[in-house]
Design a protein around this ligand. Structure first.
Ligand code: AHR
Length: 339
């Protein structure tokens, strides 16, 4: 039974939440935004976000917050600062408070069974968004909405295959490999796993391609820069950089330019997300392919949360619309990205 059916007043819930969160804050573990919690009849959604590691993430958070405000949904927002343990604490505080629905972006795929069982025991439906989870009992969450990371990885692989088709044809004669560097996302996250898997699925049958280097830059621009300094030092014959997000790509471009290399020409670059800076880099010829990962999922998330709060069943799996932007496209047609 969902909260709006429970005999507990919103006022009491607010006091309870302040006490619970006060405890977490007192323990130095959480940062909460309570200012938006009002004593009204709207549903209450606990939203556990990973952090603010990228422009994509900030846009995603804003999208959910704006959609909630528009629908009169009260959002209890928690920023986990890149730590799964913080997310688990946040989910527990949402359960203790008896929010109507929990929405969360799982930083990694595994390790959610226990806390989701607690949510189930408390009768709180859970919506997973952006990244997927692996739990033994799939019914522990109501549904998933977000990106298709396997498809993103496949699209990256297909672009590389097409870009280097001439070199592939000559490989029998030249035996020259196409050397790839991969800037990997957060270890254990479903999106990094999917992006890596889809890419390999396309390229593995083609021995012309060789992944020379693959390391996690945690989706951070600063790490992308550091890793690029490292791999450019280690290898002189890199043909492709496949980067799991724009932040890391922008860091790598900076490192390349410092070394006097021309990104997009000396090394082909494929990036995922499609924030404005990556589209600008595509227009400038510094990037060759941008694969969109859509962060503006707030309206759909809030609509699904409302349906769950009303006791409805939602689709198990929903992928959001995403595009691919190629260097050969008419780039003047791309609308401003807004982030
Ligand atoms: O989970 C989506 C990924 O996380 C985005 O590609 C990246 O930019 C973000 O931080």
């Amino acid at each position: 039974m969902f909260l709006h059916n429970k005999r507990i007043s919103n006022q009491f819930r607010i006091i309870l939440l302040i006490l619970i969160i006060g405890c977490f804050v007192g323990c130095g573990a959480q940062k909460k935004n309570l200012s938006q919690i009002e004593d009204n009849d709207g549903i209450i959604v606990g939203f556990s976000q990973i952090g603010a590691e990228s422009a994509w993430r900030t846009c995603n958070t804003r999208s959910v917050q704006d959609a909630a405000a528009e629908r009169g949904v009260q959002l209890v927002y928690d920023n986990a600062e890149q730590k799964q343990e913080n997310q688990i604490k946040a989910l527990r505080s949402f359960i203790a408070y008896q929010v109507d629905v929990i929405v969360f972006v799982p930083i990694v795929k595994d390790g959610w069974d226990n806390v989701l069982q607690e949510a189930r025991d408390a009768g709180i439906p859970v919506l997973v968004t952006d990244r997927k989870i692996d739990v033994e009992d799939q019914s522990l969450y109501a549904g998933f909405i977000g990106t298709d990371s396997l498809k993103e990885g496949r699209n990256a692989g297909l672009f590389v295959l097409d870009k280097f088709k001439d070199s592939c044809e000559q490989f029998d004669k030249t035996e020259e490999h196409i050397n790839i560097v991969e800037l990997y996302g957060t270890e254990g996250s479903s999106v990094a796993l999917g992006r890596a898997e889809g890419f390999r699925e396309v390229l593995d049958p083609h021995p012309e391609f060789r992944i020379l280097y693959s390391k996690s830059g945690d989706f951070l621009r600063s790490r992308g820069y550091e890793l690029a300094v490292e791999f450019l030092e280690m290898h002189e014959d890199i043909d492709v950089i496949y980067s799991h997000n724009d932040g890391m790509t922008l860091g790598a471009i900076e490192a390349m330019e410092e070394k006097g290399l021309v990104p997009g020409t000396d090394i082909v670059i494929i990036t995922i997300d499609a924030q404005q800076a990556a589209i600008d880099a595509l227009r400038d010829g510094k990037v060759n392919c941008v694969i969109e990962c859509n962060p503006k999922t707030g309206p759909e998330i809030i609509q699904l949360a409302e349906r769950l709060a009303a006791g409805e069943t939602i689709p198990r799996l929903q992928y959001v619309h995403e595009e691919v932007f190629y260097e050969t496209d008419d780039l003047s047609l791309i609308e401003p990205r807004g982030y």
